[in-house]
Design a protein around this ligand. Structure first.
Ligand SMILES: Cc1cc2nc3c(=O)[nH]c(=O)nc-3n(C[C@H](O)[C@H](O)[C@H](O)COP(=O)(O)OP(=O)(O)OC[C@H]3O[C@@H](n4cnc5c(N)ncnc54)[C@H](O)[C@@H]3O)c2cc1C
Length: 459
């Protein structure tokens, strides 16, 4: 395991050591040269960690590239990762199914498909390179009715067309899928019922999400990044006039960003500055967004309505019985508009079965108690594909919270399911905003890191 140390943000030395940012840079960030940090990432979940690691490694590599150039030597830039809790990854990133998804469900032109496929490829390679626990389990999507079979056929057709019609499964890492014949299904997983067919995703797997996050943190710190845990961001101000000029040089954020941090037990705020910011605050991302766009009297207007997130809790149930035995992940056919993939069967790395998550819309994102009243519905759903399940061995386990961009049943303007938002926020300089990073955010995390790095360095 790589070194992992958390530190709290107390005071930040200006213009000292690796936080010094007063000399020329090789990249195109053009904000204040007197900021405490080059980049500040808000949110220490798996996505914030992946972004912070990508930015820190890029920064650490910059002086090397300057060696072969006649340009002025680049300073070591610095990356700050702010996390409100005393440890990283205690919210959504540690309350999920830990599945490395294939990328089957989100449509051809969605960011979710693109980042999930790229993220999966990067994640398998990363796990092998750094010894993070993972397993290619494969996954069955099972149909019980003709309607569900049709849903599977649509997924199969989508995968085929996304792969350009190529049939080969062995050498195609994009979306390898195959139909499992009834006799093969009976032989491999006799306990699983699939009356109308089984579609198998060969690239699906599971990952130790905690091991992944600790490794990302270790790499981030090795590259010189600074984690400030126990450091909630309470206010953020873009520097720059944002006034009449209307040009990028004049945009809010063009002179950097001022971040106010106030731990619950502190009397005063600590203020640090950064040239660019990345909002990777997960369930808190709308609040961070609104801190910027809904500023008040100090010269800034509330031009846009506040951003709002909706919350869909997913309850999980553990399974204490050793029978029936199942060795692959089993998902029901997807139901459009459900808000999740249906109560499925997943395995942990020790081979233990768990069921979930269901979908329960709630108002309070901190309401993470498992709702035991959901158990009868979960049992009903599980029995459709695992009729031999021992209902008495199911126990409430844990719950996770999906940050949704639309309320229950909501579809975007173009009639599509809501996509990830990963963008340089228009009208500002040096602000990359991540919103609605629900599933498959764990799978996509390394690809999101890669994408944010490109956005930051091309802005
Ligand atoms: C039930 C469920 C099942 C899922 N299953 C899967 C799966 O199997 N596979 C998959 O790929 N994805 C899955 N996902 C999605 C995946 O878990 C998330 O997309 C991913 O964890 C999001 O990571 P994040 O870093 O964006 O958010 P988070 O993990 O929520 O991290 C955000 C961090 O920001 C911090 N923060 C917030 N506000 C502030 C502030 N003001 N100041 C400082 N820090 C702040 C929070 O404390 C938190 O640590 C699932 C999600 C859920 C809910």
């Amino acid at each position: 395991m790589l070194r992992c140390a958390c530190q709290r943000l107390t005071a930040v030395p200006r213009q000292q050591g690796r936080n010094c940012v007063d000399t020329a840079r090789l990249f195109s960030v053009s904000a204040s040269r007197r900021a405490d940090f080059t980049h500040a990432v808000i949110g220490g979940g798996v996505v914030g960690l992946a972004v912070a690691r990508a930015l820190a490694e890029r920064a650490a590599a910059a002086p090397l590239s300057s060696a072969s150039s006649s340009a002025a030597p680049a300073s070591a830039s610095s990356v700050l990762l702010l996390e409100r809790h005393s440890d990283i990854g205690t919210e959504t990133s540690s309350r999920n199914s830990e599945v490395i998804h294939g990328g089957l469900y989100y449509g051809a032109d969605s960011l979710k498909t693109q980042l999930c496929i790229r993220g999966r490829q990067l994640l398998y390679a990363f796990c092998e390179q750094y010894g993070v626990g993972h397993r290619r389990t494969g996954k069955w999507i099972v149909a019980q009715t003709p309607g569900q079979r049709e849903a599977l056929e649509k997924i199969h057709a989508f995968a085929q067309s996304y792969r350009g019609g190529r049939a080969s499964l062995e050498d195609d890492e994009v979306l390898p899928l195959r139909w499992v014949a009834a006799d093969e299904a009976k032989r491999r997983e006799p306990a699983v019922r699939a009356a109308a067919g089984v579609l198998e995703s060969l690239s699906t797997g599971i990952v130790d999400s905690h091991g992944l996050m600790q490794t990302l943190l270790g790499l981030f710190e090795q590259a010189g990044g600074v984690l400030a845990a126990g450091s909630p961001l309470v206010k953020i101000t873009p520097l720059g006039s944002g006034g009449s000029g209307g040009s990028d040089d004049d945009a809010p954020g063009s002179r950097g960003w001022q971040l106010h941090v106030k731990p619950a037990d502190a009397d005063e705020e600590t203020v640090v500055t950064a040239e660019t910011i990345v909002n990777a605050a997960g369930l808190g991302a709308a609040a961070v967004h609104n801190m910027i766009t809904q500023r008040d009297s100090s010269g800034n207007s509330n031009k846009e309505p506040p951003m709002k997130l909706y919350y869909a809790k997913g309850n999980y149930f553990s399974y204490a019985a050793s029978q029936p035995r199942v060795t692959t992940l089993v998902y029901p056919a997807p139901e459009p508009g459900l808000g999740g993939l249906g109560t499925h069967l997943t395995l942990d790395l020790a081979g233990r079965i768990r069921f979930g998550p269901d979908v329960e819309w709630v108002d309070d994102p901190t309401n993470l108690a498992v709702n035991a009243a959901q158990l009868p519905r979960a049992i009903e759903a599980i029995k459709t594909y695992l009729p031999g399940v021992d209902a008495s061995a199911l126990q409430p386990d844990y719950a996770g919270m999906r940050p949704k961009l639309l309320p229950a049943g909501g579809v975007a303007k173009d009639n599509k399911a809501p996509d990830f938002v990963v963008r340089s926020e228009p009208g500002y300089q040096g602000w990359v905003n991540l919103l609605g990073i629900e599933s498959p955010g764990l799978t996509s995390s390394l690809a999101i890191g890669e994408m944010v790095e490109k956005l930051v360095y091309s802005s």
